[in-house]
Design a protein around this ligand. Sequence first.
Ligand SMILES: C[S@@+](CC[C@H](N)C(=O)[O-])C[C@H]1O[C@@H](n2cnc3c(N)ncnc32)[C@H](O)[C@@H]1O
Length: 261
Amino acid sequence: MADADHALYYSDDLMTNLQLRYGEGMLSPGGAEELGRLVGSIDLSGKTGLDLGCGLGGYDTLLVADYGVGRMVGVDINGAAVQLAARRAADMGMADRVSFHAVEPGPLPFEDNSFDFAFSKDSIVDIPDKAPVLAELHRVIRPGGALLISDWFRADAPYTPEMREWATTGDETYEMASLGSTAAELAAAGFAEIETEDRGEWFVAFCRDEVARLSGPLWPTYVDRFGEESARRSVKNAERRLLLAEQGQLLTGHVRARKPM
Ligand SMILES: C[S@@+](CC[C@H](N)C(=O)[O-])C[C@H]1O[C@@H](n2cnc3c(N)ncnc32)[C@H](O)[C@@H]1O
């Protein structure tokens, strides 16, 4: 998807739509549980972290509240999301521990070695050319610092026609990485201790539940808020995603790595 289209793609309506199914402040599935699996036994207390593609900042406030992170800095190309994230964090009394900045796609506006760790949730999937992003994350993490990514991935095989059709929004297509190609790109960027975790099985169960919720308890809210046609589209899209997940073509996964000392 072209970067310039993104601020438009994550419209207010889409952000409301996603929060209704994923939880307040969340534009991606998984919430506290998947975050816990991603962090694992890594001690983040008192550390300063960068969140690439922070959206509404739901994961940043969780990292501070549940993991004792000292300070989170969220960046996103969507200025409206960043403003909402800042307001939400202030309402939660966390304005001194989290900050949010609108950025342009490309080089990050931070010095080398600025962060103890970097985090990204379901955002690198949106960026077609991933190697420069991983190189930037490597540059801004301090030596010995951790990289924690949770994202959507493709299977190792090329896109099938139905996967390509699903991945195409408007005139653009999500160019997804596989867990294997991500590990290789991280190694090429200079990361070590690279670990990947396939969460495809969890994702299938999540997608199944999402279809049931969208066509059941959430249906009246979606119709009321977005209209029947749009509510139907949400269900249809979730059903197509479930099928691709069941076929193993689309999965979520966690990736951990470290910048060597
Ligand atoms: C699916 S949302 C996830 C937001 C948040 N991480 C969450 O999980 O709730 C993807 C986010 O990535 C942002 N994004 C896309 N391309 C980006 C880029 N090149 N740099 C920073 N953010 C980007 C989008 O604007 C969007 O807010």
